[in-house]
Design a binder for this molecule. Structure first.
Ligand code: NAD
Ligand code: GLY
Length: 384
């Protein structure tokens, strides 16, 4: 694709969910005019921005100023950065701070940050006063292409990730791709795993575009070209996600496709403790490599496609095997046990997203435990 053909004006997509439908706006510099974009959606001109300690120094003042200049009364709450904030204690503290501020049902919460803030604030909005409106202002690539869209909100528990939450849709998503400038490269790459996922699921053309442009998108200079590529990637990803969510909001069926690589990935995250050792997107990248490997092992996907999928992730810089992880104490049984806690387990049967090729993912419950065990045992044998 010629990046010069991309318009620099923000682009808007719609998540078609009837009276719960909303726009996703993608562009550079959106935070600066967020107030004007958010104001028409508000019942009352009052908002509380909730962000984290790492994002606040970069964007909180700008977002507050933009809201204030649109005539919106603004408060702000900053929570500690990191996955550990997606917990009951933080949820309790947040809801109590909001109640102390005397928020009303007409007050809008604004989630300014990555997926942690989006999930936590979305769930807070779902339950405080039995439901307050909220807006997503995602600032990581992962949040812009995945977590800010679709209304999955929640927190982690000692039994696993995202096990307490609600489907609760935002009123608007503002994805300002300029915010990715301050994101560190590892986090950006982790988000790229969720971008390439859309190619793997059902869009071979997008995957081929990523093969050509992925490295520049992640590393690129000059800045204009990089921005144009990122815009295109975020828009294509959001359009794909919006389509799936519109068809299957509550994950009765097709939405599970978006979990390609996640059943394996969640098991790896559980073993590494949901922290910096292995970021969510990195776990998803390894999980997608496992899913392609399993698809090939089961004779569903050609070795050529499986290798091509995995090679692209590795070329861009994503992890695609267990190298570098401290896996000495890991066993097939432990990984199987983590997977058995997956939210997609039905009557004890695991659901897997497999692929007949790149762009041909499908949902199945027909994978035998033995096949999964064989795969995990083989992967654990080849760890470094
Ligand atoms: P994150 O929110 O923890 O952000 C990663 C780090 O980057 C944090 O330290 C954050 O403070 C910092 N950061 C964010 N934006 C920044 C910016 N522009 N500049 C500098 N630093 C910035 O992590 P994430 O990867 O965005 O999200 C991961 C979370 O998303 C997980 O909890 C995962 O379960 C969840 N998730 C949810 C969904 C969903 O559909 N709801 C989908 C995928 C992932
Ligand atoms: N991230 C997967 C989903 O939103 O369904």
């Amino acid at each position: 694709m010629n990046p010069n053909s991309l318009t620099p004006k923000p682009s808007t997509l719609r998540v078609e969910l009837g009276d719960r439908g909303y726009d996703i706006v993608v562009g550079a510099g959106l935070i600066n005019d967020a107030g004007a974009r958010i104001k028409p959606l508000l019942k009352r001109p009052r908002a509380v921005i909730i962000t984290d300690t790492q994002v606040a120094p970069h964007y909180l003042a700008r977002l507050s100023a933009s809201l204030k200049s649109a005539g919106i009364e603004v408060d702000a709450i900053t929570v500690p950065a990191g996955e550990q904030s997606k917990c009951f204690a933080q949820l309790e503290s947040l809801t109590e701070t909001l109640l102390e501020m005397k928020v009303e049902r007409s007050t809008t919460l604004i989630a300014l940050g990555g997926g942690v803030i989006g999930d936590l604030v979305g769930f807070t909005a779902a339950i405080t006063l039995r439901g307050m409106p909220f807006v997503q202002v995602p600032t990581t690539l992962l949040a812009q292409v995945d977590s800010s869209v679709g209304g999955k909100t929640g927190i982690n528990t000692r039994y696993g990730k995202n096990l307490v939450g609600a489907f609760y849709q935002p009123k608007l998503v503002l994805a300002d791709i300029e915010t990715l400038e301050t994101l560190d490269r590892r986090q950006l790459l982790a988000g790229y795993a969720e971008v390439v996922k859309y190619g793997f699921i059902d869009d071979l053309n997008f995957f081929e575009w990523l093969e050509q442009n992925g490295k520049t998108l992640v590393n690129g200079t000059p800045v204009n070209e990089k921005h144009a590529l990122r815009r295109h990637a975020v828009l294509t990803s959001c359009a794909a996600k919006a389509r799936v969510v519109a068809e299957d909001e509550l994950e009765g069926g097709k939405r599970a496709l978006l979990n390609l690589g996640h059943t394996f990935g969640h098991a790896l995250e559980a073993e590494t403790g949901y922290g910096d050792t292995l970021l969510h997107g990195e776990a998803v990248a390894i999980g997608m490599a496992m899913a392609f490997d399993l698809s090939h092992q089961l004779g569903l996907c050609s070795g050529q496609d499986a290798t091509r999928a995995i090679r692209h992730m590795a070329d861009v810089g994503l992890p695609t095997d267990l190298t570098g992880l401290n896996t000495a104490t890991w066993t097939t049984d432990k990984l199987m046990d983590h997977m058995s806690r997956d939210k997609k387990v039905e009557s004890g049967k695991l659901t897997f997203i497999l692929a007949r090729g790149i762009g041909q993912a499908y949902i199945t419950q027909d994978v035998t435990e033995q096949a999964v065990r064989e795969l995990l045992t083989r992967w654990l044998k080849t760890r470094s």
